[in-house]
Structure formats: C-alpha cells, structure tokens
Design a protein around this ligand. Structure first.
Ligand code: KG4
Ligand code: ZN
Length: 341
C-alpha cells in the first residue's frame, strides 16, 4: 500500500544501457543515488550489449546494497520497487526488471516499470519543485533526441524527434572520427573550451516541423576530415580544439534553433533540457540564453541527473505510483518505444 506521498519509500533501478544505477526515494525526496559506470566499453569504441548485461549482473546486488545503506533503509521499509522498463538494450533491461520484479514478489510489495525517456524528462523534479506545467523539454541523450511537451508528470507528447542519429550519437561519432575515446561527448566538450567555434562550418538538415536529422552533418564532418587529412596528415591533431568547438557549436545551434521555433509556437510556462547531452557546457549556457530571450524560466538538471541514473527512475516511479499505476502481471521490458510514450 502507498496511499499518499507521506509514506512512500521506493527502491529504483536503472539498467537500460551501460550504467547500473540504484536509488532510494522517500516521500519524493532522494536519499541515495548510486551509479556503477561500465568503463570497459571505452576500449571497444561503443557499448557491447552482451558485456553490458553481464556487468549489470555483477553490479546490481552491490549497487542496490550501497543505495539502501546510504539511505539507511532495509528491505522491510520498501513500499515498491520501480525500474527502467525501456527503451534500451534488451539484455540490460532484463537484468533490472527481473531483479526488481522478483525482489518485489519476494517481499510482497508492488513493482512498476517506468519509461526511461519519461524519467529523463522528470529529472527536473528531483531535489526541487520543478517547472510549472505545461513545459517544453528538449531531451538529448545518446540514443534519443526529442522535443517533448509535458502537460503533467504522467501526460507528455513528443512534438519533434530525430529521423536518424541522436545528438549524443552525433557527438560520439564525430569524436570517433577524431580519434577520441568513447563516449566522445565529454571529450569534445573539453577540447571545445580551448577552440574557436566559428573556425569551421558544417551544414545542417532542415526537416519537416520540429524534427531533426544528424546523418548529413555526420557525413559532412567525415568528408571534411578525410579531405583535410589526405592533404595534411597532421590536420586533426593541430586543429583538434577548433574542430571540436566547431562541431559542438553546429550541434548546439541546430538543437536550439528548432527548439526555439517549437517553444515560440507552444503555449508553455517553462523550457527545460535533459538527457546526457544536457551535461554539455556550451549547450547549458546557450539554453539559459535562449530561455531569457523567450522570457521563460529555464530548467537544467544537476550533472548527476543528466546522464543515466536511478534517481530519475525513482522520480518517474513516484509520480506513476501516486497516479495508481502498477505493473501488469505480464509486463515485459521493451527495446523501443515507437508505439507509445
Ligand atoms: O542519457 P545518457 O547518459 O544515456 C542515454 O540514455 O543514451 O546519454 C549519453 C550521451 C552520450 O552520447 C555522451 O557522449 C553524451 O550523452 N554526453 C555529452 C556530454 N556528456 C555526456 N555530450 C556532449 N557533451 C557532454 N559534456
Ligand atoms: Zn538515458
């Protein structure tokens, strides 16, 4: 039973990709948020799904134990266990969902799978009041790029999305072309701070309505680097900071240009940004600037709530449980969420 906000103690699990996360939320407040990041994927230049599942298997028990210990709760204190149900890597999702549902069954408490993307959007409500509704959220992660209109914690609509690569993928693929480690977003961010964002120009694709496309941009960067490196093998190493700053500037400007059009046309009370790419320093700055031009309050999560974490799963679970949602007996993880949001 979790009749109201005053006695709701939740354990939350995040295992959708390569981060094993556990968090404890009591009465809507975060009491612990533990993440074990799987470093080994860097060696392969991307996430290897089978290795990610195996690492989740190894990490999940110690991560949960640590989260419970930090929060000072025992299994008997829990009212529900929530977990990321999808989208994500199926093997990884299976680890979290199976663990959560079995533990809940054993304890005689409820379980609930929540949408990972909705959780990224609801990260604004962790440790604070969050934006007023309705608000417009730019969700930019390694696997997704979308503009979401949020009417309430349990009612949101995607009004624009990428037709191909996500913004995080664009960062990561450009970083790979530059010989930087995976995930490349933070590396581009770091180099960009020393470079000239207007040194090189890259094209952007105009899509219908508020949609994005990054495939043309990525190809343009690849040919640009190939052409210059053929003529001058030292081109990349000598210009790495300027190239990173220019790549970053193009991605940030493109993301915000479309988002601004959407924000102007929608009747909203706030603008917000979330997902792993919202950790980007240039995007955070430019987003604040955009919000002030629009005359709307801006919401950007703390760094630890931008990339994958279980606190946001707890937040989404908290809202959904108060809304009366529970797992159906046959609830299964899902790799994609095209059908429903
Ligand atoms: O939300 P997230 O942790 O995982 C997914 O759900 O995909 O996002 C990971 C993505 C990666 O593509 C990573 O390169 C990007 O977020 N990222 C960044 C920065 N920090 C993380 N991209 C640009 N600048 C950053 N500082
Ligand atoms: Zn994510």
């Amino acid at each position: 039973m979790y009749p109201n906000q005053d006695n709701l103690c939740i354990l939350a699990l995040e295992t959708s990709c390569d981060d094993t996360g556990a968090a404890v939320m009591i009465n809507g407040k975060i009491h612990s948020n533990v993440v074990a990041t799987q470093e080994m994927h860097a060696r392969y230049g991307g996430v290897i799904p089978e290795m990610a599942s195996r690492a989740h298997m190894v990490n999940i028990v110690p991560v949960v134990e640590e989260a419970m210990k930090i929060a000072g709760v025992t299994l008997n204190d829990l009212h529900a266990i929530v977990y990321a149900r999808g989208p994500g890597l199926m093997g990884s999702l299976m680890v979290g969902s199976t663990y959560a549902r079995s533990l809940a069954l054993g304890l005689g408490i409820k379980s609930l799978g929540v949408d990972h993307l909705k959780a990224h959007v609801l990260a604004h409500f962790i440790d604070g009041k969050g934006p007023e509704f309705p608000f417009l959220n730019l969700l930019v992660s390694g696997g997704h790029t979308m503009i979401v209109k949020v009417e309430s914690p349990n009612r949101m609509e995607i009004i624009g999305k990428t037709a191909d690569d996500a913004a995080g993928e664009a960062f990561d693929k450009c970083a790979k072309l530059l010989g930087l480690p995976y995930p490349g977003g933070p590396w581009i961010d770091r180099h960009a701070q020393k470079g000239n964002p207007k040194a090189f120009a890259f094209p952007e694709s105009r899509m219908p309505s508020y949609d994005y496309s990054f495939s043309g941009f990525k190809t343009a960067v690849r040919y640009f680097l190939q052409d210059h490196s053929e003529k001058d093998p030292g081109f990349i190493s000598r210009n790495i900071d300027d190239i990173c700053a220019s790549v970053q500037d193009s991605i940030v400007n493109y993301l915000l240009k479309i988002f601004k059009e959407a924000a102007k046309h929608e009747n909203i009370r706030a603008v917000a940004i979330s997902g792993g790419v919202s950790a980007n320093s240039s995007l955070r700055k430019a987003f604040e600037q955009l919000a002030s031009e629009l005359g709307l309050p801006a919401f950007i999560p703390k760094f630890e709530y931008c990339t994958d974490n279980a606190a946001m799963i707890a937040m989404a679970g908290h809202f959904a449980l108060l809304d009366g949602q529970l797992d159906a007996p046959d609830a299964m993880p899902y790799a994609r969420n095209d059908a429903d949001f």
